[in-house]
Write a protein that binds this ligand. Structure first.
Ligand code: DAH
Length: 342
């Protein structure tokens, strides 16, 4: 009997060593220490032994059972711990990996260009004034000397709305009316930046939405020489101290006389190249002396006051300055474009 118990213990311990998962462990438990296990059976058989063998056999059998039960518990704890470790390892974060740096944004090229423009005009005493993007037909057109059905309206393809008379401004020029009505009878020196909208085919050169910066000066004895001086100063700060500026006669309903201003080509300085289409000049803005009718609509007596105005497109200026080939890059949200202007 004693030998049998020793053998049983050795066998059980050996098998326990080979148990690698909880299912096999349960099977082992049933085989040896369960209700009908071999050790349990041996314990039951002790009563049938001759009385003098019983104490020794009983003691050993109990010892074997206790040894195996604690071996079982140890193995169970080890297997549970291993299962937990494996589980944790699967979901683990390796904190030694370098992190992903958050990408740092930059100011949009339009914003940068606008700020450059503000800074230059600020030196010449121009204040920034904001004006509405949703306009009425009266202010966007009629008060600027563009009557309904006048062919000059063809210069501005317009987004109308379902509200009669309400439209998206096609240019920043209606801001001139707001500025004059707000400041009359004071002299005015303002720039009016903001978004404009045109119902046009989107191409390399035109977008539905773009910025303009309007300029307006109203006072006594303001002449075209003042306009030219202001714009020459602007062009030289924006495009290089050696720039030349020329006025070409043009037509706008709200200025008389009207001009378009060109700078000598920033690439070839007037010699002729593909950028200036071999003309030597690049158009940068429209300008003129505020039309008497417009002055009157703003509240200013054209016999007493005069003024000049101009309008430019910052995207267009940035296109020239940075030789950008497609205006659609500005608002398509492609960071590969935007990141080139940190
Ligand atoms: N509003 C004009 C346009 O969008 C630009 C312009 C031209 C503005 C001449 C002016 C100006 O103030 O005098 O085409």
């Amino acid at each position: 009997m004693l030998e049998e118990l020793h053998r049983l213990r050795a066998q059980a311990e050996e098998e326990l060593q080979a148990v690698e998962d909880l299912a096999a462990l349960d099977a082992w438990r049933r085989t040896y220490v369960g209700k009908n296990g071999l050790v349990t059976q041996a314990l039951r058989g002790i009563g049938k032994l001759p009385p003098d063998q019983r104490p020794a056999a009983g003691q050993l059998a109990n010892e074997v059972r206790q040894t195996l039960e604690s071996a079982f518990e140890a193995r169970q704890a080890a297997l549970q711990q291993r299962a937990l470790d494996e589980d944790l390892a699967k979901g683990a974060i390796d904190v030694r990996l370098p992190g992903r740096p958050p990408s740092v944004g930059t100011l949009h090229l339009s914003t940068q260009t606008l700020r450059e423009i503000y800074a230059i005009f600020a030196q010449m005493g121009f204040q920034v004034l904001r004006s509405r993007e949703v306009e009425d037909d009266t202010t966007n057109f009629q008060l600027l000397n563009i009557p309904p059905h006048h062919p000059a309206r063809d210069m501005w393809s317009t987004f109308y709305t379902t509200t009669p008379g309400a439209l998206l401004r096609t240019h920043t020029s209606p801001g001139q009316i707001h500025a004059m009505r707000k400041h009359y009878p004071e002299p005015i020196r303002v720039i009016l930046p903001g978004k404009c909208y045109r119902y046009e085919q989107v191409t390399l050169r035109s977008e539905h939405m773009f910025h303009q910066v309007e300029g307006l000066a109203v006072g006594r004895n303001i002449t075209m020489a003042d306009l030219k001086g202001v714009l020459t100063n602007f062009a030289r700060q924006m495009f290089g101290a050696e720039r030349k500026l020329r006025f070409r006669p043009s037509y706008f309903p709200f200025t008389e006389p009207s001009a378009e201003a060109d700078i000598d080509c920033i690439l070839c300085a007037g010699a002729g190249c593909p950028m200036c289409k071999y003309t030597g000049w690049l158009e940068i803005l429209g300008a003129g002396m505020v039309h008497p009718t417009v002055l009157r609509n703003g509240g200013y007596d054209p016999d007493v006051y005069s003024g000049f105005a101009f309008g430019m497109g910052p995207e267009r200026l940035a296109i020239l300055k940075h030789r950008i080939t497609d205006i659609r890059n500005f608002f398509s949200g492609d960071v590969r474009f935007l990141q080139q202007f940190p």
